[in-house]
Design a protein around this ligand. Structure first.
Ligand SMILES: [Zn+2]
Length: 273
């Protein structure tokens, strides 16, 4: 059994605002500790089913949030950036299942805890093949490209709803319920970790019954930026088609190539912000 875990930070139990997810913020050390403990709960859930090879990809910000010795020694940690496949770096067709921990809803979701789509400052929305998506569907598409099913998602109530829209067979655990974008009712982290451990175990047991999220090819990413200058910069990418003042389109027959085009577009947009 090989399991890939992508871990973001905004949907970690107990985290409600920027004070725990930004490196320069006062409670960041607490945030990264909570992050590692939610991941460890997922690892425990996998290992409760049977022996497994586990890869954990740090998928938030600088992608070096989890301290190397903070996670279970049974897992290999992928950290640092930039890297191919970004939040999904390390996944390949040899994996049997994929798990998302600490995920959040797409930008603008009314009850989405710290909601955004990849880059809060640069991206207004992302449509894949005409459907607006968040990071859950976008990254499930990377797993699906490799034939690996996304089987479990944890985060706030809104992201669990978004995950079930990607695939209703996925197991989900909501560790908090938003009251606003930066306030939530939080389940105690110890209880949340038990829920993650049990939910991941349920998902691993039934992983063979969950279909990989295969995106129809050729695939189109319509990327809407928060202002025209960012779209001006992103449009420097040779394959980009300008849609209007704030949006570009990237299309290709290979999902990972479009995903990398998206990463390049975000890098250009952010560099010129
Ligand atoms: Zn994040």
């Amino acid at each position: 059994m090989k399991v890939f875990i992508s871990v973001d930070m905004e949907g970690i139990s107990g985290i409600v605002d920027g004070t725990m997810v930004g490196r320069t913020q006062g409670d960041y050390e607490k945030g990264r500790s909570l992050m590692a403990q939610d991941v460890n709960a997922a690892i425990d859930g996998i290992l409760s089913v049977g022996p497994a090879e586990i890869t954990v990809c740090d998928a938030h910000g600088g992608m070096n949030n989890i301290l190397p010795e903070a996670i279970r020694r049974e897992a290999v940690l992928v950290r640092g950036r930039p890297k191919p496949q970004s939040q999904m770096a390390g996944i390949d067709p040899s994996y049997d299942a994929c798990v998302f921990i600490g995920y959040h809803a797409k930008k603008g979701t009314r009850d989405g805890m710290l909601s955004h789509t990849y880059s809060g400052g640069s991206i207004e929305s992302l449509h894949i093949n005409g459907v607006e998506v968040g990071e859950t569907a976008m990254n499930a598409g990377i797993a699906g490209y490799h034939g690996v099913p996304l089987v479990f998602v944890s985060g706030d109530v809104a992201v669990t709803r978004e995950a079930l829209e990607v695939n209703g067979d996925i197991e989900v655990v909501a560790v908090k319920e938003a009251i606003s974008r930066v306030a939530a009712k939080c389940i105690h982290p110890e209880v949340a970790r038990e829920m993650i451990m049990e939910g991941v175990a349920r998902a691993i047991r039934k992983h063979a019954t969950i279909a990989p999220h295969r995106v129809t090819l050729p695939v189109t990413f319509d990327i809407r930026f928060t202002d025209a200058k960012r779209a001006d910069a992103a449009a420097f990418i040779p394959s980009a088609e300008r849609l209007d003042g704030k949006a570009i389109r990237i299309s290709h027959g290979d999902y990972v190539k479009v995903y990398h085009g998206f990463l390049a577009a975000v890098a250009c947009a952010t560099a010129f912000s």
